[in-house]
Design a protein around this ligand. Structure first.
Ligand code: ADP
Ligand code: ZN
Ligand code: ZN
Length: 823
């Protein structure tokens, strides 16, 4: 047989792929989609993914060999890999970047992965190499690279893989996420009892301990001991269920070396069994919209459903998923926010039971691996695998094999976009590609569609379906505007509340109705100011003012995360009078407590939702009406569904409207009407108050009228005029370096290089709003690309310009980030 070569992807952003020789001994086992261990660089081993095999040496040079093969079965399917390729090309990154984004840590095994013991009892059948890894981890948590280094040639990836499979070890990116495996006691026969005869002898010995003897009989009966369908091991709980035997009795038998008890890790994914309820009937408007969606799907791959808040889009999704499930295919349901998964998962599980999995970044690595495997498993064993996945953006990478539909809920949300690191992808756009590649239908849904999607619908590229009535037949909330400036002048403000909002809140609380307040700043106060000289403390590493967090009594930088002791006096003039300025969510929570003494107040922002179940708790308390007022950042604006919220307050619309970005008006419209949509969903029309100092701003007027079409029209004219999406495509390049002169020079060089391509509109270089982050200076170049141009070609030109400039010796330490379709 000729020499076999494997093309593999490494988890590095250097290149797309590398070639290795496959030794004869591994030829049978190796296959695309499996992971292999290869050496790259000086003695460094990596888990790489095989993408193809060939008997030609494409590089005609001396090649290294594949060390080991990690997987028995491929961990991705060829069709999944097609998405990777599309992604790398479209977003101008390498397959290595995609590899890192796509696989959960537990499958990536990067040298920086931290390894831990899960705490389950060691299985008896460990190989010496597995033992060695365990001994090592017993002493300490280690990075994979440390263990590799310390154990040298004794280290085996295969052994590690096996330990991961047996769930003795797990891998995590960060140590911070505390992981406690869920374990359960299991009982089996002692290994010395290898035949029925020995068992009978042991039973005889128990003549004087009747109860123990009975327990042993019971054990043998329930496990069918020594028969063909013997159950090796049984959960202790199950063994004792409905009997009068005690745990102590088990202990006695364990002491006598007849039974063995051990803690075994059980999957966290097995939820309590849920009583499946039947699916809700669609109301007549929904039924009509559902039929329309189906009709558009006959001709179109992608359809946009523009349905007002609480019109029951989710119900329509559920009906579509139900149909897909019955046809034996899989469904992917994407949501922009983890908080939403806690509400929607309930609705999905009610209907689809254990066919549904959930996938997002708050799960730990091991949980993510388990879900990955269950999605993979669907191909071989549809009964056991997941047929429906509800997830945040990274769920697009799951190994689907029979995808039938993809739902993108709140498709306008920019949390579908990954900012950093590469690939800077938008999961909504990937969903569309995923649909084409898998011949699956894609439904984008929103009450305030992104202008890009709406444009595509208007152009006939997507189907368009409208849903304009709320399920409850309730009117959309009434939107009122309160003038902050006037209220300040007249000294009518109560802390941050205008009299209008305050009175409305009082009235709602009296009726035991709930209130949601939105403020897009977290922390206590957005900045601190010296009373004497006006100096504002800034981050040492970034070009931003520091936010005061009261509960930590510290100033912290929201860009690099660095936190500082609250200074006792001004750095500039020495005055001790430092004043906190502005309102962050934390301060609002504080002041609400003194304004509404009897109300129960909760806060939903980045600081209160660190732990995995934090979202779920906040949501549940609101559902159970244990919370009267919820204050939060963007998180509260996205698709949450509460029955009894009657008042919504937007505490300050000014910074939304005035944000210097071409999308500011689109965003402000979306954000405000979305958060407004949380009010009055079921029982009576809700009320919304927008506090602003520009009550006459034309956008405020449009929002008040809930006039999406007019907002769209006005913005489309502007976008066309100034060459912005959806009329033009955008690529942003960020040049970064610690030295500002280097950034300036490199950015100029790049702009000049790009300007050589006459058809590109090159803007900048310019410093962004925040021009220094973590000591790195930033400069941006924006490229506007006419939609008529061949985008692939243009991107090749852009990439090659970047390469040329990057390879100038003076720029070797510069970073160039290409961001296609920046948010
Ligand atoms: P949207 O996703 O459009 O914001 P939802 O699907 O969340 O709206 O619907 C709003 C509320 O109305 C939810 O609590 C939902 O359970 C209820 N609802 C909507 N349609 C129906 C229906 N056909 N039958 C029963 N309840 C419905
Ligand atoms: Zn000062
Ligand atoms: Zn900083």
């Amino acid at each position: 047989m000729p020499q076999l070569f494997a093309q593999v992807i490494l988890p590095l952003s250097l290149h797309d792929s590398f070639t290795y020789k496959v030794p004869a001994s591994l030829e049978k086992e190796v296959a695309p989609g499996k992971r292999v261990i290869v050496q790259f660089g000086k003695k460094k081993l990596y888990a790489a993914l095989v993408i193809s095999l060939s008997d030609k040496n494409p590089e005609n040079m001396e090649l290294k060999e594949v060390h080991e093969i990690l997987d028995e079965h491929p961990i991705i399917f060829p069709v999944n890999f097609k998405l990777w390729q599309w992604l790398a090309q479209y977003y101008c990154c390498t397959l290595g970047d995609v590899f890192r984004a796509a696989l959960p840590t537990g499958l990536k095994l990067e040298s920086k992965s931290k390894l831990f013991l899960t705490g389950v009892d060691e299985p008896i059948d460990l190989s010496p190499k597995e033992e060695l890894i365990i001994r090592h981890l017993q002493e300490d948590v280690s990075q994979l690279s440390d263990i590799e280094h310390k154990l040298g040639t004794e280290f085996s990836y295969k052994a590690l893989r096996s330990l991961l499979d047996k769930k003795v070890v797990y891998a995590e990116e960060k140590i911070s996420s505390k992981y406690k495996p869920k374990t359960e006691a299991f009982i089996k026969l002692h290994s010395s009892i290898s035949s029925e005869k020995i068992l009978n002898e042991k039973t005889d010995l128990l003549k004087r301990a009747k109860k123990q003897q009975q327990l042993l009989f019971h054990f043998c009966t329930v496990t069918n001991a020594f028969s063909d369908d013997q159950i090796q091991e049984i959960p202790k709980k199950e063994l004792l269920l409905g009997t009068s035997f005690s745990g102590n009795l088990v202990k006695e038998l364990v002491k006598k070396k007849i039974l063995v008890e051990r803690q075994k890790q059980v999957s966290r994914l097995e939820e309590e069994t849920i009583d499946q309820v039947s699916i809700n009937l669609l109301n007549k408007h929904q039924a009509k919209a559902y039929d329309e969606v189906k009709t558009t799907f006959e001709k179109q791959q992608v359809t946009l459903i523009h349905g007002i808040t609480a019109s029951g889009k989710t119900e329509i999704y559920i009906h579509l998923i139900d149909e897909i499930i019955k046809s034996g295919k899989q469904a992917l349901y994407l949501v922009p926010e983890i908080a939403l998964t806690t509400q929607i998962i309930k609705r999905l599980k009610n209907v689809f039971g254990n066919k549904v999995g959930i996938y997002h970044s708050k799960l730990n690595s091991q949980e993510r691996v388990e879900i990955w495997e269950k999605v993979l498993q669907f191909n071989d064993d549809p009964k056991k695998g997941y047929q429906v996945v509800l997830g945040a953006r990274s769920a697009v990478f799951l190994p689907f094999s029979k995808l039938g539909i993809i739902i993108v809920d709140e498709e306008h949300e920019n949390s579908f976009k990954q900012f950093d690191p590469a690939p800077r992808y938008n999961a909504r756009d990937m969903a569309v590609i995923l649909g084409y590649q898998n011949n699956a239908k894609v439904l984008l849904g929103s009450a305030t569609p992104s202008f890009e999607s709406y444009y595509n619908a208007l152009k006939g590229k997507y189907g368009l379906v409208n849903l304009t009535t709320r399920h409850s037949e309730m009117e959309l909330p009434e939107i009122l505007v309160a003038d902050i400036k006037r209220a300040y002048k007249r000294k009518q403000m109560r802390s941050f509340l205008t009299p209008e909002l305050y009175e409305m809140m009082v009235a709602a609380l009296e009726k035991n109705e709930q209130i949601i307040l939105f403020q897009n700043r977290r922390g206590y106060s957005p900045y601190v100011e010296c009373f004497s000289c006006g100096d504002i403390p800034k981050c040492r590493n970034c070009d931003v003012s520091l936010t005061y967090h009261k509960y930590k009594r510290r100033l912290s930088c929201h860009y690099c995360g660095f936190s500082y002791q609250l200074p006792e006096k001004c750095d500039n003039c020495g005055s001790p009078e430092l004043k906190t300025r502005g309102y962050g969510t934390e301060k609002i929570e504080d002041e609400l407590k003194s304004l509404f003494r009897n109300a129960r107040i909760a806060r939903m922002d980045l600081d209160t939702t660190q732990s995995k179940n934090a979202f779920a708790k906040i949501v549940k308390n609101l559902e159970d009406r244990k919370t009267n007022i919820l204050i939060g950042t963007q998180m509260v604006t996205k698709g949450l569904d509460f029955e009894h919220v009657s008042v919504v307050g937007i505490l300050n619309a000014d910074n939304l409207i005035n944000f210097p970005d071409f999308r500011a008006h689109e965003r402000a419209y979306q954000l405000i009407s979305q958060v407004a949509g949380r009010a009055g969903r079921k029982h009576k029309q809700g009320k919304v108050i927008i506090q602003t100092s520009q009550p006459d701003h034309p956008l405020i007027e449009l929002i008040r009228e809930q006039n999406y079409q007019a907002t769209l029209k006005e913005q489309f004219e502007e976008r066309q005029l100034f060459k912005y999406p959806p009329y033009y495509r955008l690529v942003k390049i960020v040049v970064k370096h610690k030295n500002i002169q280097t950034v300036d020079r490199a950015a100029d060089q790049l702009a000049n290089q790009l300007k050589k391509y006459k058809q590109l509109v090159v803007m900048g270089p310019e410093y962004p709003l925040i021009s220094r982050i973590q000591l790195w200076h930033h400069k941006e170049i924006w490229i506007k690309i006419n939609r008529k141009l061949n985008l692939d070609l243009v991107k090749k030109e852009i990439s090659s310009a970047v390469k040329t400039v990057k390879h100038l010796p003076s720029n070797s330490s510069c970073v160039f980030n290409i961001d296609v379709d920046p948010a």
